[in-house]
Design a protein around this ligand. Structure first.
Ligand code: CDP
Ligand code: MG
Length: 771
């Protein structure tokens, strides 16, 4: 591979340099080299000795986290801040000056694709769909769709746009801007602007392959390169050729807007360079200059031992020693965020009780707001609510706030340097959720969040050296590091025979091994079947089975869909619906208090739900117990039983939707006359889908069936320890692999090896055949 080396000053904004490279072809091969940062003076935020003593702050790590000034980036902007009027705020966004240009381009029939590239917070997501609507290019019958990789972003932006649209024109119908995410549809016949996750738009193609209800499609946050975004690129390219060619029977022209932060735009342009009619089309790139104040970047002087306590201490240091401005903190997941929230609250209150005072007296109060994927709608409002005068807002977020959501008034950023993502574990080949270092590109984005309203400060909880040596330049696109069974089944169901081979064009192709793995899994599940053996290519051609078609309709991974289907056959669909809904809610329903006393009480309360067979049936018995409580008493019941009410409600909502999708008003149940539920049919049905997620006891750890890796049982499971007087089950089924310092299996149940043996053998044989 040809590699271009560009030397950058430490902290120099990468995108600016890229402009000079417009004509270089292979962007992805460029290696950025950062010069060693020139570290200058220490940042004066670390607590003084006497401050610490006075505050009585009790943290297990270093007494203070010191930072050293490393670099600065961005340029000055002295525009006056807009008034609070929503119309003024809209006008003041950088993108607003380009409104006419954007509309002209979208209206131009010769331009089916346009790339809009602008820094985060410029107004791409909230404004472009509104421009399109206001210009009359979209309506309730030909909507403008705007896809988002994350569901929180889809919801929150849709609500924001609805508010803005009504502020601009009070006569508009309700829900003129709506959203669709998995298991939730908030649109109406009046909706003209529809935000949806990229996955939901792909699903829409199952029922409307031409996407005929849309006139403009905006693929937003394209630089994130999620699996679904990449698939959307491939499908949209195909659809463009069909819908925008006057000779095609599908002729019904539409425009695609690719919107992204400044990264990767040249790659997108190359991808959409194509022959339309007799001419070669190349999408224009609309560049919207961002507006950013300088951000000073500070590195931790020493490596931090635990980034959660280090983040908490850094927040306190900033809060007590620095001037006004809200703080945005990047952590990795809900549990960690809730943990940090508790620590921060406790430490802060202790410090205040001990008489520690803020440098800025009038901001004595702190408002802590968490922000993560499954955050309920009501709480999202808190994130965007303006901070009252006397307070400082502290947002504890996953990387949602990195580019998807912009929170105003952030002046300080605390960056843990980590992100949680699904990845094939290089050592083991198993797919696991793991916490990994962010890329340099991400670190830049995170820092940039501090400079929107005033000169900002970014505190990196890693050393300058770690930044240079340990952070990768950029992240591999998800399509190259994930399981492909779900998209393979979906694309084949839409009628694309060989999607990852010759039939679709991708920005980056997955490895052949990934595709084989997915096909092997689907063949074993029975969602695909071999239709012919192509001897020339030594390849098996496959087709979707009847069951595969049903499973493809369900918005979940095929293994889960197959388990539901098997529930019907094992006479326990009613139970499987509840288990699958609880698993899909993806939210640990058991609340764990922080105090010892609280934990004891919670453990006692939870004991009543625990099944001897393991965690899947525990989820079922919890769901059944909750369902039998009358609506009005459920909140109290959850409180008394240390159960997250919202997690339960979400599972119940999902369950209703699944019933509707399956059209089964009275699902069969395996419950006995006295109401008890036998475990075997339920677990057997689960095994039909999740036979690969099994492990055998090897004394101490469990060994995965495939790949043969030793793992521990996650502490949240019943089988984390041997039952009193009993022994560990010999063979288990689990739902997830999670990797932190060691590899864990999560949501674990006892099963018989015999229940999965056939399937495993079949898989082994298929895998061999496909080699
Ligand atoms: O998409 P891009 O990053 O270019 O910007 P945006 O998300 O459209 O944000 C533009 C403005 O809308 C920012 O000032 C946000 O703070 C604001 N916004 C908001 O107030 N509430 C939301 N739910 C989303 C955005
Ligand atoms: Mg955006």
């Amino acid at each position: 591979i040809k590699r271009d080396r560009i030397e950058l000053e430490e902290g120099e904004a990468v995108p600016d340099r890229l402009e000079a490279l417009e004509n270089k072809e292979k962007l992805r091969d460029i290696v950025y080299e950062y010069r060693k940062p020139t570290l200058t003076k220490r940042a004066d935020i670390a607590f003084e000795e006497d401050q610490l003593r006075k505050a009585g702050i009790d943290l297990t790590i270093d007494d203070r986290v010191s930072f050293i000034f490393g670099q600065t980036s961005g340029e000055e902007d002295h525009r006056p801040p807009p008034s609070d009027d929503i119309r003024d705020v809209r006008e003041s966004l950088p993108i607003s000056r380009y409104r006419d240009e954007i509309i002209q381009t979208i209206k131009d029939p010769r331009i089916p694709v346009v790339i809009v590239s602008a820094a985060t917070g410029s107004g791409k997501t909230t404004q472009i769909p509104q421009f399109v609507y206001e210009a009359g290019i979209a309506s309730a019958s030909k909507r403008v769709a705007c896809t988002q990789p994350r569901r929180v972003a889809a919801m929150s932006v849709a609500m924001r746009v609805d508010k803005e649209a009504h502020a601009t024109n009070p006569g508009l119908p309700k829900l003129v801007s709506g959203y669709t995410i998995r298991f939730e549809d908030h649109t109406s016949d009046d909706t003209a602007i529809q935000f949806l996750t990229d996955g939901m738009l792909i699903r829409q193609m199952l029922s409307d392959p031409r996407l005929s209800s849309f006139s403009v499609l905006m693929i937003d946050e394209a630089h994130e390169r999620t699996l679904q975004t990449d698939i959307l690129f491939a499908m949209v390219k195909q659809l463009l050729l069909a819908r925008n060619d006057p000779a095609s029977p599908w002729y019904d022209p539409f425009t695609v807007v690719i919107s992204s932060a400044t990264l990767e735009r040249l790659k997108f342009r190359d991808f959409f360079r194509m022959k339309l009619g007799d001419t070669t089309f190349e999408p224009p790139i609309l560049e919207v200059p961002g507006r950013r104040f300088p951000v000073s970047i500070y590195y931790s002087v020493d490596p931090v031992r635990g980034y959660v306590p280090a983040a908490v201490l850094t927040i306190l240091q900033v809060h007590f020693t620095q001037g006004p401005g809200d703080i945005l903190v990047f952590l990795t997941g809900q549990e960690e965020i809730e943990d940090a929230q508790r620590q921060l609250r406790e430490q802060h209150d202790t410090a205040v009780r001990n008489g520690l005072e803020c440098a800025e007296e009038e901001m004595a109060e702190i408002i802590i707001v968490p922000l993560y994927a499954s955050l309920p709608r009501a709480q999202q409002m808190d994130v965007f609510a303006p901070t009252p005068r006397h307070a400082r807002k502290i947002v504890l977020s996953t990387n949602i706030a990195e580019t998807s959501l912009t929170i105003d008034n952030i002046v300080y950023v605390v960056d843990s340097g980590y992100v949680k993502m699904k990845d094939f574990d290089e050592d083991t080949g198993a797919e696991a959720l793991q916490i990994v270092p962010i890329s340099k590109a991400s670190a830049e984005q995170r820092a940039g969040r501090a400079g929107r309203v005033a000169p900002g400060h970014c505190f990196r909880l890693y050393t300058a050296d770690a930044f240079k040596r340990e952070l990768p330049e950029s992240t591999k696109p998800e399509i190259q590091r994930t399981k492909l069974d779900s998209p393979l089944l979906m694309l084949k169901s839409i009628g694309i025979d060989n999607p990852f081979g010759t039939d679709l064009d991708f920005l980056d192709c997955p490895a052949p091994e990934q595709v084989r793995l997915a096909a092997g899994g689907l063949l074993t599940l029975g969602a695909l079947q071999v239709s012919a053996v192509d001897t020339a290519a030594v390849m098996r051609r496959t087709m979707v089975t009847e069951m595969g078609k049903l499973v493809a309709q369900l918005p979940m991974e095929p293994a889960m869909g197959v388990a539901l289907y098997a529930g019907q056959q094992h006479g326990c669909l009613r139970e499987m619906l509840s288990v699958v809904a609880m698993l899909s809610a993806d939210w640990d329903p058991f609340f764990k208090p922080r105090t010892k006393q609280g934990q004891r009480e919670a453990a006692t309360a939870h004991e009543g739900f625990v099944s001897q067979e393991g965690d899947h049936l525990t989820l079922l018995s919890l769901f059944n117990a909750w369902s039998s409580v009358p609506d009005a008493q459920r909140d109290q019941w959850c409180h008394d039983n240390f159960v997250h009410a919202r997690a339960m409600q979400r599972a119940a909502d999902i369950r209703v939707q699944l019933m509707n999708m399956l059209g089964s008003a009275e699902p069969v149940s395996c419950a006995l006359g006295d109401g008890t539920i036998p475990a075997e049919p339920v677990l057997r049905a689960l095994c039909q889908g999740f036979f690969m997620n099994t492990a055998s006891y090897v004394g101490g750890p469990y060994r995965l069936v495939r790949p043969p890796l030793d793992v521990r049982v996650h502490p949240s499971s019943k089988f984390a320890r041997p039952p009193p007087g009993g022994k560990m089950p010999g063979f288990v089924l689990f739902h997830q692999v999670v990797k932190t310092r060691c590899v864990y299996i999560k949501t674990v149940s006892k099963i018989e090896k015999a229940w999965v043996e056939d399937l495993l053998q079949r898989y082994g044989k298929i895998a061999l055949d496909m080699m």
